[in-house]
Design a protein around this ligand. Structure first.
Ligand code: SF4
Length: 226
């Protein structure tokens, strides 16, 4: 078979298709990076659905292009999260508060937090050493189910058990990005809120960012509890 005209033509065809696919992938990556940065600079989402799919499909290559151009790929990740939130916002607004869940990372606690780990995550004792307690009260009063999560295993378990329709995930940029992708795959409407400071203990959150997301689509009477 090797060396026959048909075999040669087949190898040639496979080579051509491979080159076209690689070129297409590179062009798509450049387009995604270009449109994303233009959107970031202009503060407007251009071709949002196409860009979102492109970011997911070309992530590694897009990061490589960012590095090659000396661009900050963190900015690109932050943009992807903002874009994701913008695309999900109207669907999230339609989810009743009692079908929504919030996962707060345990690293936001005070280092001397007296709360204990339970099968449903860390249960806040409202000791006042950090801002979690008061905010959990407000969010639960709105109808939210809130967990302080020690890790992604608990999140996956609670999502499976309680089947929320909408989820707000709080965390560092990478955690939020990965979490939103998982929620997408599970057909759950996800919104991401990124912490101000990464780390393992006493990280920082602009709580207003979380509350602004939490009140989306909530009736005024329910908001008054915030
Ligand atoms: S308010 Fe809750 S989460 Fe914060 S330190 Fe106290 S018990 Fe821990």
């Amino acid at each position: 078979m090797a060396g026959t005209p048909i075999f040669d033509q087949l190898v040639y065809l496979v080579g051509e298709v491979t080159i076209v696919l690689i070129l297409g992938f590179i062009i798509l990556s450049i387009l995604v990076v270009g449109i994303s940065f233009y959107s970031i600079r202009r503060g407007y989402f251009y071709l949002p659905r196409l860009v979102k799919s492109g970011i997911v499909a070309t992530e590694g290559m897009a990061k490589g292009i960012c590095k090659l151009l000396g661009l900050d790929d963190k900015e690109m990740t932050a943009f992807a999260i903002r874009l994701h939130n913008a695309l999900n916002q109207s669907d999230f607004e339609k989810v009743p508060a009692d079908r929504r869940a919030i996962f707060i990372p345990q690293c936001l606690r005070n280092a001397e937090c007296p709360a204990h780990l339970t099968p449903e995550g860390i249960v806040c004792r409202r000791c006042g050493r950090c801002e979690i307690g008061s905010h959990v009260d407000s969010l639960e009063a709105m109808g939210y189910k809130v967990w302080i999560a020690p890790g992604s295993t608990l999140i996956k378990r609670m999502v499976k058990q309680y089947k929320p329709q909408g989820v707000i995930g709080v965390g560092c940029m990478i955690e939020v990005r990965e979490g939103l992708e998982l929620l997408d795959k599970a057909n759950i409407i996800g919104m991401g809120v990124v912490t101000l400071k990464d780390g393992c203990v006493e990280t920082l959150l602009n709580w207003q960012d979380l509350m602004d997301t939490a009140v989306l689509g909530i009736e005024p009477a329910e908001k008054e509890t915030v």
